[in-house]
Design a protein around this ligand. Structure first.
Ligand SMILES: Nc1ncnc2c1ncn2[C@@H]1O[C@H](COP(=O)(O)OP(=O)(O)OP(=O)(O)O)[C@@H](O)[C@H]1O
Length: 250
């Protein structure tokens, strides 16, 4: 069974047909990169998996989106529960105006965890997983805004990990970061895949090549080609994919 799957998924923003019949599945413990020119629908598709598009007016969806085999758009689904299962990291780091500790503890508190030791333990583990612990362990009470951009992004990853999701959606998580922070995030993705299903939207072909097992190329709302990253980059079947991965457009 796939961890994430969509079947003939169409999404409309008002009259605009943004996703055109996307059918694909992603397995646990694999990293999938979404690539394609700006506006092709990568973020829109990503957001379908934790129903972030629900927050946008005039959105209509046809088709099915399944997480661990469950149709997440059926009425009985509680969106808050879904989002504890499917975490998300955004392009720009978006820490809360709280301390470093409280940023990571936030989701646990919202979920009703009261045990202080458990919270402290989970905060430490998540910060370690996000490769940030050594840099912040002596200043957990300081504001998250005192961290650098790269540190803030790793803090947001720690915040997403603290509630122990099984899926991590990453929308260009390193696009605002310097090469050293980017390398840390990529290393992290590599380690996290042991336990997670990960999707990463990226404009950086080298990055897709480095971190992903599979790559999906989107163009104008369609899934053009999907397969092993090595094959997509070295022997794409569709000329549009070939033109894109060789830098001829996009
Ligand atoms: N809230 C919205 N309302 C209306 N149209 C939208 C909305 N969000 C996105 N779109 C449109 O849907 C299409 C797909 O957008 P999306 O952000 O998914 O593309 P993308 O491939 O992630 O682009 P980028 O690489 O630039 O982030 C675009 O044409 C965009 O203008």
């Amino acid at each position: 069974m796939y961890s994430l799957e969509s079947k003939d998924l169409h999404l409309y923003y008002g009259d605009f047909h943004a996703l055109k019949g996307i059918t694909m599945g992603m397995k646990k413990n694999e990293v999938t990169a979404f690539i394609g020119p700006s506006g092709c629908g990568k973020s829109t598709y990503l957001r379908c998996f934790n129903r972030m598009n629900d927050l946008i007016d005039n959105v209509r969806i046809d088709g099915e989106v399944l997480v661990d085999g469950v149709d997440i758009y059926q009425k009985s689904i509680l969106v808050d529960d879904l989002r504890t299962h499917v975490g998300m990291v955004f392009q720009k780091p978006n820490p809360f105006p709280k301390s470093i500790f409280e940023n990571v503890a936030y989701g646990l508190r919202v979920n009703g965890t009261k045990d202080k030791n458990l919270i402290a333990e989970r905060v430490e583990t998540s910060l370690k997983q996000a490769a940030l612990w050594d840099e912040v362990k002596d200043k957990l009470k300081k504001s998250a805004f005192e961290l650098s951009g790269g540190q803030q992004q790793r803090l947001c990853i720690a915040r997403a990990l603290a509630i122990e999701p099984s899926v991590l959606l990453m929308d260009e998580p390193a696009s605002a970061l310097d090469p050293i922070s980017t390398a840390k995030i990529e290393e992290l993705i590599y380690q996290l895949k042991e336990n997670y299903t990960i999707i990463i939207v990226t404009h950086n072909m080298q990055q897709a090549g480095r971190v992903s097992d599979n790559t999906a190329f989107f163009y104008m709302g369609e899934l053009v080609e999907y397969g092993k990253t090595k094959n997509i980059f070295t022997s794409p079947k569709d000329t549009r994919t070939q033109n894109y991965v060789t830098g001829r457009f996009g």
